[in-house]
Ligand binder design. Structure first.
Ligand code: FAD
Length: 497
């Protein structure tokens, strides 16, 4: 039996609305589910659901929840500009959708696909239940350049190794992004719907007491328009020189689009076409552009691996790593989290992460290697900390990257490649500008010692105001013996599967 409001709408002969369920695709431009809904000519009801753990999905980390708040707010504003608004719900997704379908008498629901195992299972259940209720359920490709099953090797299998995957992607056309709808025909918003709506501030996505994210707002501006602005600025100012500059954490040489891509405020197709269009006008940028697009393709690659190996966030892909003799050391884990390991480049990275919700890619690699190899702490501990503290925390990129560093993933760096945090610092932060920004207590040290304060003569430490063990910690483990210990632990695996 239809709900009374639906009957009322029927009497008014308003066509049944189409629901658009936004999930990590908080944009109007190049949003295939939204475009298709608008094309039906029916009223469109846009909604987002804060799916709680009841849905079997991984609980979103704190920094990502901070971002989500801004993303939803910006989406609602953009929808208002085109005559619509965002219905926000907090409930298990199936219940929420069934209730909305009942109230509105919706005829269809459209969404863009996602690729994690739990998400696919949930979407399949919802699709089956809503189809049974007579709704047309349609899904679209809006998250990646190519869906995981579209790029296969000659044997028809998915790629395990990045370089051939990259070549295959480069040989494929990328669909042009669809424009944002100029107007979204909204249906009536019955009282019962209004009662379901949760005010964004009541979703509790932003921290209050204490507000540990107070430094995020001056740095980050979530939302589609800001994503597009960031892309434009990057292309104008920083694409030139990206291939070299991207490894230097003190420079603002990368696009910092990761949280915008994570929340789908911009699509990789938009990025792709903006870059290739620019290269058409400026062929001198083609090498930098090639490098940049290859990073965007890494993102597709990790998603196709997550789709193929849903266990990536939880289990070492190489089974022998499940026998790794990890250390269970809360003291060193805490020093790593707080940026107090005594290795300046590691500490700078971990403090950048805590303060800004983001860390430079080169430094992510250094701190991850340090945790797994110098401290012998299980990569899952690092993955979980990043999950909670990164505004761009992404199930595919994060899990894959941690396993890549640990040497346990598909197409990984070998375990025995152990970054030396001192030489990495000297190479990629040669004048210590990055360390000085995030570890200010070392800022008075000369360049020669900024990455190894323990080697500085007492007089140098004194004039820089550094007292090791007091103002800044001594190294939590010595590099050489820690390296040997890691290699020995790795050798112990050789005899296992
Ligand atoms: P740019 O250099 O401007 O690159 C453009 C885009 O390409 C990025 O926004 C991102 O979407 C994609 N990209 C770049 N590098 C990679 C990469 N190595 N793998 C996959 N995609 C990439 N990235 C995340 O988005 N979320 C994560 O949770 C995440 N966790 C990571 C954990 C570890 C241990 C490491 C080593 C890397 C991780 N990365 C993660 C990948 C990478 O560090 C970030 O994507 C990048 O630093 C984001 O900055 P940017 O947008 O300025 O990158």
């Amino acid at each position: 039996m239809l709900h009374s409001s639906a009957a009322f709408l029927g009497e008014l002969r308003v066509p049944a609305p189409v629901l658009v369920w936004f999930r990590d695709d908080y944009r109007l431009t190049d949003n295939p589910a939204l475009s298709a809904a608008v094309e039906t000519g029916a009223p469109v009801l846009c909604l987002a659901i804060l799916e709680e753990s009841a849905d079997g999905l991984r609980h979103m980390g704190g920094a990502a929840r901070w971002w989500l708040h801004g993303s939803l707010l910006a989406l609602d504003e953009s929808l208002h500009e085109v005559g619509s608004r965002l219905l926000l719900l907090k409930a298990p997704a199936l219940n929420a959708l069934e209730t909305v379908a009942s109230i509105t008498g919706a005829s269809a629901i459209f969404w863009n696909r996602r690729y994690g195992a739990a998400e696919i299972a949930l979407d399949s259940t919802i699709k089956a239940r809503l189809t049974d209720r007579g709704l047309k359920v349609q899904s679209f490709s809006g998250r990646l350049l190519n869906e995981p099953w579209q790029v296969l090797n000659q044997a028809g299998k998915h790629f395990q190794v990045f370089t051939p995957y990259l070549r295959a992607v480069m040989a494929r056309p990328v669909a042009a992004p669809a424009p944002a709808p100029k107007m979204i025909p909204g249906g009536p918003w019955p009282e019962e719907l209004a009662r379901l709506h949760i005010d964004i501030d009541d979703l509790g996505l932003r921290p209050t007491n204490p507000d540990w994210a107070s430094e995020f707002a001056p740095i980050w501006k979530p939302g589609e328009q800001n994503a597009q602005r960031r892309l434009r600025n990057f292309l104008e100012s920083n694409l030139h020189g990206y291939a070299l500059g991207r490894d230097l954490p003190a420079q603002d040489a990368t696009s910092r689009l990761s949280p915008h891509l994570r929340f789908g405020e911009i699509s990789p197709r938009q990025v792709w076409h903006a870059v290739t269009h620019l290269v058409g006008e400026r062929p001198d940028l083609s090498q930098d552009a090639q490098k940049y697009l290859s990073e965007v393709i890494w993102r597709d690659f990790t998603h196709q691996l997550l789709h193929t190996y849903p266990h990536l966030p939880e289990k070492s892909h190489a089974p022998r790593f499940e026998n790794f003799p990890w250390e269970d050391d809360s003291r060193t884990l805490s020093a790593w989290r707080k940026g107090r390991t005594g290795y300046p480049i590691v500490d700078a990275g971990m403090r950048q992460l805590w303060r800004t919700g983001w860390m430079h890619n080169r430094v992510r690699m250094i701190v991850a290697s340090f945790l797994v190899k110098h401290l012998l702490i299980d990569w899952r501990q690092g993955e979980a900390w990043f999950w909670d503290t990164l505004v761009d925390a992404d199930p595919a990129n994060n899990a894959f990257s941690w396993q890549w560093i640990a040497g346990s993933g598909p197409d990984s760096a070998p375990f025995y490649r152990i970054f030396n945090p001192v030489t990495q610092g000297e190479k990629f932060d040669p004048d210590g500008a990055y360390v000085r920004t995030y570890v200010p207590e070392l800022s008075g040290l000369p360049n020669a010692f900024i990455h190894k304060p323990w080697e500085a003569p007492v007089s140098v430490l004194k004039s820089a105001g550094v007292e090791l063990g007091k103002t800044y910690p001594n190294p939590v483990v010595p590099h050489g013996p820690a390296r040997e210990r890691a290699l020995a632990a790795f050798r112990s695996l050789r005899n296992t599967i």
